[in-house]
Design a protein around this ligand. Structure first.
Ligand SMILES: Nc1ncnc2c1ncn2[C@@H]1O[C@H](COP(=O)(O)OP(=O)(O)OP(=O)(O)O)[C@@H](O)[C@H]1O
Length: 334
C-alpha cells in the first residue's frame, strides 16, 4: 500500500554551503509525488538523505515509525529494504547482463532459491517491457532500456517507496512519455509511494498527484498537482510554466535591478491544467482524484480550458508565445 515519508525541519549543509534549510513535508503513502527545482538546488541530495545515504544536519525523516537519520547501521540496512531507488544513469554494473543486474538485490539481500530469483526477475523484466533482453549487457542497449532495467532492479524487493532521480534525463520526448506511462501503470499495480525528481515540466504537469519545488535553499511549495498548477506564487508560476519572467535568474535568483526592470511586464495567463495521465488498462489508481477535485474543494478557479484534455501538457516556451496563441488557448474553455 506504500508508506508515507514525514519530513520535518530537514537541513543539509556541506561545509559552509547550505543546500536547503528547514524542509518540512509529508509525502503521502501510495501517491506519486514529483520534486522540481533549478539545477543545484539539492534534489538529488534530498533523495539520498531520505534513504539514509547522506546525513542531514538537523530534522527528522519518519518512515514506518522510524527516524531514518537516527537509525543505527543495522536498522538502516533493514529500512532500506522498503526503498527502491532508480539513479539517473540506472547505475547498472557494466560487466553484468541485465538479468544478473536485476537479480543483484535479491541475491544480496535475500536467501531465495535461484528458481525464485529467476521467477521474480522475469516478472519485473516483463513489467518494464524488457522480456527477451535478459542476456544483454548495459553497454549494448539504449539509454531508455537502461532506465527500465534500473527500474526493474529497483522493483525486485517489492519496495513500499520508489525514489527515482531524473528518469527522463537523456531520453527523447517519446521515450519520456513511455516511462511516465510506466510509472502510472506501476503505481496502479503496486501502490507504492513514488517520489520522482525531474526537470521535465510535462512530466510534472501530467504525472504526479503532488508537486514540490526546491528553490533558493528552501522548499518553496509542496502540495497537490492542481494547487501548484493554479498557483500565482511567482517562483512556482515561473518554474511550472518555464518562463524567463520571474524571480528565478540564469544562475540564481535575480537581483533587485533585474526584478525592477521586469516590473512593468504583464505575465501571460496561466495555461490550462491538463488531465493527469491514467493507467493504460483503463482502471483507476487508488490515489487518483477526479479532475478539478482539489480546485473545487478549495474554491479555486482553475485556468480556463483546464481538464479538457491532456494536450495542454506543454504550456508555451519561456513566456514567449504570441498573444494570439495564448488567447486562442485560453479560449479553449472546456
Ligand atoms: N557529497 C557531496 N559533497 C559536497 N557537496 C555536494 C555533495 N553532493 C552534492 N553536493 C552539492 O550539493 C548541491 C546540490 O546538488 P544536487 O546534485 O543535489 O543538485 P540537483 O538539484 O539534483 O541538481 P541537478 O538538477 O543539476 O541534477 C551542489 O552544489 C553539489 O555540488
Amino acid at each position: 500500500m506504500g508508506v508515507e515519508i514525514a519530513v520535518t525541519g530537514l537541513t543539509k549543509t556541506f561545509g559552509s554551503q547550505t543546500i536547503w534549510r528547514d524542509v518540512t513535508l509529508t509525502i503521502p503513502a501510495g501517491e506519486i509525488s514529483v520534486m522540481l527545482g533549478p539545477s543545484g538546488t539539492g534534489k538529488s541530495v534530498f533523495l539520498k538523505t531520505l534513504v539514509g545515504l547522506l546525513k542531514p544536519d538537523a530534522g527528522s525523516i519518519v518512515v514506518g515509525g522510524q527516524d531514518v537519520p537516527r537509525l543505527r547501521e543495522h536498522d538502516l540496512y533493514e529500512i532500506r529494504k522498503l526503498f527502491g531507488v532508480l539513479f539517473q544513469d540506472g547505475a547498472l554494473f557494466g560487466s553484468m547482463n541485465l538479468f544478473d543486474n536485476v537479480a543483484f538485490p535479491l541475491r544480496e539481500h535475500t536467501k531465495k532459491a535461484e528458481s525464485d530469483v529467476r521467477r521474480i526477475v522475469m516478472e519485473k523484466m516483463d513489467l518494464v517491457g524488457l522480456t527477451g533482453a535478459e542476456r544483454k549487457l548495459p553497454g549494448e542497449i539504449s539509454g531508455g532500456m537502461r532506465k527500465r532495467a534500473g527500474l526493474a532492479r529497483a522493483l525486485v524487493l517489492d519496495p513500499e517507496i520508489l525514489l527515482i532521480d531524473e528518469p527522463d534525463s537523456g531520453l527523447d520526448p517519446v521515450r519520456t512519455s513511455y516511462i511516465n506511462q510506466l510509472f502510472i501503470d506501476l503505481n496502479a499495480q503496486i501502490d507504492a509511494t513514488f517520489l520522482i525528481v525531474t526537470h521535465d515540466i510535462n512530466t510534472a504537469r501530467t504525472v504526479p498527484d503532488n508537486i514540490g519545488l526546491l528553490y533558493h535553499r528552501h522548499l518553496a511549495m509542496f502540495g497537490p498537482r492542481e494547487m501548484l498548477l493554479s498557483s500565482e506564487e511567482p517562483v512556482v508560476r515561473q518554474f511550472l510554466n518555464a518562463q524567463t519572467v520571474g524571480p528565478i535568474g540564469m544562475s540564481e535568483e535575480k537581483d533587485a535591478d533585474e526584478l525592477a526592470a521586469e516590473s512593468g511586464q504583464e505575465l501571460p495567463p496561466l495555461p490550462p491544467i491538463p488531465l493527469q495521465l491514467s493507467p493504460s488498462n483503463g482502471l483507476r489508481r487508488r490515489a487518483q482524484r477526479e479532475p478539478g477535485e482539489w480546485c473545487r474543494t478549495h474554491a479555486v478557479t482553475p485556468p480556463p480550458g483546464s481538464f479538457a484534455s491532456a494536450d495542454h501538457a506543454i504550456p508555451y516556451a519561456a513566456g514567449l508565445a504570441p498573444a494570439g496563441a495564448l488567447a486562442s488557448r485560453s479560449g479553449e474553455v472546456g
